[in-house]
Design a protein. Structure first.
Length: 285
């Protein structure tokens, strides 16, 4: 990766944890002659002022060479969704609990920033899942989930792949997950972990009311269709944990696999298996 000419800086919701790091990133970038783009939310959050080499209240839709994130997996996912399809890689410094998607941990801030600004990282193309909701394309980098609403009856979901009806499950919900997200909600459901690079996605169930519900790995070119078979209750649809729409009774929604949607920066030589062992521990001794 070549040295970036512009970077966009994003942080999580706790400025007291990242405030010092924000100024260190800005100082190093400006010293290197790299323009720093700061969206309105970041300016307000950190009380930033005009400075040569910085663009305040930057439009997230403007072109940038690199996105530097100071935050956890939720902030990283937001950055990946925001810049999906725009070939702007996300270089993440972990300020969260797990940071499975982070490039380096915050204890390596100086080294990480120097690597980011020098372009000393590799690019990893990652897939996403896509739906059409209310006339708008929405993507989930981790997962797209279907949930019964709080205080509603148990959800009744039918699911099909390539038009073939595979089952009808009474459950609290259903999760379609990319390999990237297979270590998240899907793993909590007892679904399989898919190594990064595996082509396909998983379908798993939240608290199924049956002994026969099993997770399924779907081929990348196949479309998953989820049907809400309830006669009265909506089902909440989320992408990466954020509600985007409701699936009304007797309505259906298609979920499709989209390869190469987002770019994640990683240190040369880093692997999925190293991340997996480092964040979750060894599988067996």
């Amino acid at each position: 990766m070549s040295k970036p000419e512009t970077i966009t800086l994003l942080t999580h919701q706790y400025p007291e944890q990242t405030g010092d790091a924000v100024h260190r990133v800005i100082d190093r970038a400006c010293a290197a002659g790299i323009e720093v783009r700061l969206p309105r939310e970041e300016v307000a959050k950190h009380g930033l002022e005009e400075r040569e080499g910085c663009v305040l209240d930057a439009d997230p839709d403007d072109v940038t060479d690199l996105v530097v994130v100071l935050g956890g997996d939720g902030t990283i996912l937001t950055a990946l969704r925001t810049f999906a399809g725009r070939r702007a890689p996300v270089f993440a410094i972990n300020y969260g609990a797990i940071g499975f998607l982070s490039t380096v941990d915050h204890g390596q801030l100086a080294e990480g920033v120097d690597r980011a600004l020098a372009g000393e990282f590799e690019l990893l193309e990652m897939p996403a899942l896509a739906i059409e909701a209310d006339g708008e394309r929405r993507i989930g980098v981790n997962d797209i989930s279907f949930h019964r609403r709080p205080h509603s009856r148990v959800a009744e979901l039918e699911y099909l792949v390539q038009g073939e009806q595979l089952g009808h499950v009474r459950c609290d919900g259903l999760v379609a997950s990319t390999p990237v997200g297979s270590t998240g909600y899907n793993l909590a459901n007892g679904g399989p972990v898919l190594a990064w690079g595996v082509e396909g996605f998983t379908v798993s169930f939240i608290a199924p009311h049956t002994l026969t519900a099993r997770a399924l790995v779907v081929a990348p070119g196949d479309t998953l269709t989820v049907l809400n078979t309830s006669e009265r209750d909506d089902v909440e649809v989320t992408t990466d944990g954020r509600t985007v729409t409701d699936l009304q009774p007797r309505r259906r929604l298609d979920v499709s696999f989209k390869d190469g949607e987002v770019l994640l920066a990683q240190i040369p030589g880093a692997t999925f298996y190293h991340r997996f062992r480092d964040k979750f521990g060894r599988l067996a001794y």
